[in-house]
Design a protein around this ligand. Structure first.
Ligand code: AMP
Ligand code: ZN
Length: 142
């Protein structure tokens, strides 16, 4: 359940301080120490799971099931113009804490501190190539 060397497990257990937003049997939500934008909130499952790959379906169900209510609370509290929800898995994707978490990042304008480079490559793949890519994934689904 808990990993003794995990920062977020320590936060859940109150061994490290956090600005708590919400807590129930399954999840804990708190302010990210580095507020990319004002209201930047992290939501984590109480059950330690390293990242999305190691997350069982039951944990995922309870965890993701609570995201809309935290997101709606952020919207009410800060009245942002938009909201990005982000989950980083492994180093290249920017994961620094190995306890599953979602970033809820309210957006205020184009220069509010959050941004990512999302290159659209719509003309690079034919429908056939897309079908081949889809097959590669679907044959791996249990
Ligand atoms: P990631 O880079 O996706 O693994 O996100 C980890 C996040 O945890 C970063 O945005 C950090 O700012 C945040 N973080 C690290 N330590 C703490 C802490 N003690 N309290 C709150 N947030 C933290
Ligand atoms: Zn943990």
């Amino acid at each position: 359940m808990r990993h003794d060397d995990c920062l977020f497990c320590k936060i859940i257990d109150g061994e490290l301080p956090s600005a708590k937003v919400y807590e129930d049997k399954y999840v804990y939500a708190f302010m990210d120490i580095s507020q990319v934008t004002e209201g930047h909130t992290l939501v984590i499952p109480k059950k330690h799971t390293k990242n999305i790959y190691e997350t069982d379906e039951e944990t995922a169900k309870e965890f993701f099931g609570r995201i809309p209510k935290v997101a709606s609370a952020i919207k009410k509290a800060f009245n942002p113009v938009g909201l990005n929800i982000l989950n980083n898995n492994d180093i290249l994707a920017g994961q620094t804490v190995y306890h599953l978490h979602l970033h809820l990042i309210p957006r205020y304008d184009e220069h509010d501190g959050f941004g990512f480079n999302w290159q659209m490559k719509r003309d690079d793949y034919s429908q056939e190539e897309l079908n081949d890519l889809a097959k590669k994934i679907s044959k791996e689904i249990d």
